[in-house]
Design a protein around this ligand. Structure first.
Ligand code: ZN
Length: 312
């Protein structure tokens, strides 16, 4: 049930339960303590400090409990990106749910979020549902699917928060993602389970990254996913055979690194190239590519930040 501002408000008190929902009913106003997690209390505190604004509110009754879904709003300025921004390239995949890298003059910090826990979780649910299917327990199958979605959602929240945290550590960050179509295409040959993960879980992850980034004033851009996994980020050589599973080994220059990291660097570089060619265009010179000397320097210093069981 949707609640409007006349029927619902939050009240701050000195009570043990600090925040109460004040809901107008046919029998007068009802005050109910709001139980939540620490971050939710923090957000409510920010609302009373005027930092956040109350958005829509919804009341749900589920399994004998009432739930209030309250959205909070904030006004943010998301700057128009240009070549002075620092690109954080994000590659999404299965071995690593996300691989993100900060590209300054060269790639500096890579962060991996391992995909093993998500895959293990999904396999467990799939197995469990097989047994339910045999017993024809359709209701429980539906419940299990809902639970799995919630688990994946939690994981996506963790991954997206970690990427935002990484971006906030640099000055003028911009997050670069692949246009989603590419992720789907790339996984055409993978198993059914993986395809399912790709179709909605990646879309959700991208949307979480986008809204959390914008919430923090960080712009997000999408680049063409073509060849991001086949292209050598050092010499630019494109070949299907460059990538062998988790490893990338350039058939032309011999450069080797983790395949997901190579893709993330390519994604970040796409923005950098777009931004710099745009700047150069404004200056009337679109022909100057990165010099070979600069290219060669790239990737010498990559520190890896561990985020939950990386599959490198
Ligand atoms: Zn190469």
């Amino acid at each position: 049930m949707r609640l409007d501002k006349r029927t619902f408000s939050v009240v701050e008190t000195d009570n043990k339960f600090k925040y109460f929902a004040s809901i107008a009913t046919a029998d007068g106003r009802v005050f109910v303590p709001l139980l939540g997690q620490r971050y939710q209390y923090k957000n409510l505190a920010k609302m009373f400090q005027g930092e956040l604004l109350q958005g829509t509110a919804e009341l749900l009754f589920k399994d004998g409990d009432f739930y209030v879904y309250l959205s909070l709003k904030k006004e943010v300025v998301v700057s128009e990106p240009d070549a002075t921004f620092t690109a954080i390239g994000v590659d999404l995949g299965l071995h690593n749910l996300s691989t993100s890298v900060i590209l300054k003059d060269r790639p500096t910090k890579a962060s991996f979020f391992g995909g093993k826990p998500a895959l293990a979780m999904r396999r467990q649910f799939a197995e469990f549902r097989k047994s339910l299917a045999k017993a024809k327990k359709l209701k429980r199958i539906k419940a299990s699917k809902d639970k799995e979605s919630r688990c994946m959602r939690d994981i996506n929240h963790k991954v997206s928060s970690a990427i935002i945290e990484q971006a906030l550590a640099v000055e003028k960050p911009i997050i670069v993602l692949e246009k989603l179509q590419g992720i789907r295409q790339r996984s055409k040959s993978s198993k059914k389970l993986n395809r399912m993960l790709n179709s909605w879980a990646f879309a959700q992850l991208q949307s979480f990254i986008k809204y959390k980034a914008n919430w923090n004033g960080i712009p997000v851009v999408y680049v063409d996913p073509k060849y991001t996994s086949q292209k050598c980020n050092r010499c630019g050589f494109i070949h299907k055979g460059n990538r062998k599973g988790r490893n990338f080994a350039c058939k032309k220059c011999g450069y080797q690194l983790n395949a997901d990291l190579n893709a993330a660097i390519n994604i970040a570089k796409q923005y950098k190239n777009l931004a710099s060619s745009y700047m150069l265009e404004a200056l009337g010179d679109v022909t100057t590519p990165l010099t070979p000397a600069m290219e060669r320097k790239q990737c010498e210093e990559i520190s890896v930040v561990d985020r939950g069981n990386p599959n490198i």
